[in-house]
Design a protein around this ligand. Structure first.
Ligand code: NAD
Length: 377
């Protein structure tokens, strides 16, 4: 009997089924068992937190990238420069799920000995949901800030422009709060992440108004202008459409998107999205500039307000949540809260996927020589 629950155009996949099927797929793509399991656990983790754009819908594309050599299984981080408080590291186009872990662990170790650290990561395969890295640092007691760009990917039009000049360039801040949950702010600087357009294209949640601009300058929520003729295939290619994603928040969001290129692309040495006519600039990779602060380094100095960092944040958080909601019965949430709530729900219900997205994963398993039924039934 199938463990997959069907409901109209959606299927609900238990997380352990996804882990088992996904690990088999990535092992077939060349990853060692630990890496294969790490990749799918992080992808499914994004689904659990409601970020379907950075979840298992990416499996077919990751497999295609591994086949084409764009992402390389089983890579170790190469340390290019190791200075007190600063590391410059090269991900060697490895899967971002394992490269990200290695880069964050260097930041944790350095911040613990120096109080503060910066890690400049270049040439990483897709590092997925950036909140994962802030959570890993927060688990170790560190506040962290992450700025990310995507070389080899032109998806976003600048404020006032139609042509693509950058990617979705996420920004993330995480803080551990003693005695409470971590606070994690994590978003793309485009109005929606590209994966959300992919989810909408595959029959999932529709995009908000104004998420895209078509090639003729028309503002739209239709994802198809991003993919052009590849929109109907199993591997829709967001580089192929005539349109572009738009930055959030008009000139302000565009300004943040632009500075992600400066910090994560130019400063790390990874390279900006830039013109794609240079062959080596075309290869997809994430650059990430991360800062880590050990909360212990802030201890011992008398505070103006609050008994501790955690106490001051928790006081403020309660003040914010006490705001009168815009709609009767509504609620003010703080960064990280929606993700936590969904996680509890989806662990019980299974991962909701559009049928098309699930069919693509099953098809990827078959083309990898895997019998999906061995994992599903
Ligand atoms: P989003 O628009 O859903 O925003 C998420 C952030 O907003 C979270 O911090 C969340 O806690 C907060 N939030 C959501 N609803 C809220 C509410 N009602 N009240 C208060 N806070 C709320 O996220 P997104 O821009 O679609 O990004 C999705 C994911 O894509 C992120 O995890 C991001 O890291 C990832 N991403 C990765 C790459 C990459 O190249 N690796 C590129 C772009 C985006």
């Amino acid at each position: 009997m199938s463990k997959i629950r069907e409901d109209g155009d959606r299927v609900f996949v238990p997380v352990e089924v996804m882990h088992s099927l996904g690990a088999a797929i990535f092992e077939a793509a060349g990853s060692e068992p630990v890496e294969a399991r790490t990749i799918v656990t992080r992808l499914a983790g994004a689904n659990l937190r409601g970020h379907d754009s950075h979840g298992v819908i990416r499996i077919p594309r990751y497999v295609q990238w591994a086949r084409e050599g764009i992402q390389v299984p089983n890579q170790k981080l190469r340390v290019l420069s190791d200075q007190p408080g600063i590391a410059i590291v090269d991900g060697q186009y490895g899967f971002g799920q394992t490269i990200g872990e290695q880069a964050v662990d260097i930041g944790i170790e350095k911040a613990r000995s120096q109080g503060v650290a910066m890690v400049a990561l270049r040439n990483s395969g897709h590092i997925g949901r950036i909140g994962d890295w802030a959570e890993r640092a927060a688990d170790a007691g560190l506040v962290s800030v992450h700025m990310v760009n995507v070389r080899g990917s032109l998806l976003v039009a600048p404020f006032g422009g139609v042509s693509r000049r950058s990617s979705t360039n996420p920004f993330c801040i995480g803080a551990p709060i003693e005695g409470s949950e971590h606070i994690v702010l994590d978003f793309a600087t485009s109005l929606v992440a590209e994966g959300k357009a992919l989810v909408a294209l595959k029959g999932g949640k529709p995009l908000p108004p104004g998420a895209l601009v078509d090639g003729d300058g028309t503002i739209t929520s239709d994802p198809r202008p991003l993919y052009g003729a590849t929109g109907d295939s199993i591997y829709p290619d967001p580089s192929q459409g005539p349109g572009a994603l738009r930055a959030f928040g008009d000139h302000k969001g565009f300004g943040m998107n632009f500075m992600m290129e400066v910090m994560a692309g130019a400063l790390t040495g990874s390279g900006t999205a830039g013109k794609l006519d240079e062959p080596e600039r075309r290869r997809f990779c994430n650059g990430m500039l991360s800062f880590y602060i050990d909360l212990k380094a802030m201890d011992g100095t008398p505070r103006e307000m609050g008994d501790s960092f955690a106490a001051e944040v928790l006081d403020y958080l309660a003040f914010v949540k006490s705001a009168v909601p815009t709609t009767p019965g509504g609620e003010v949430l703080v960064p990280g809260e929606p993700e936590r709530r969904l996680m509890a729900e989806r662990l019980a219900s299974g991962l909701p996927l559009a049928r098309q997205a699930w069919d693509d994963i099953v098809e990827t398993a078959r083309t990898s020589g895997i019998d999906p039924d061995a994992h599903i039934t």
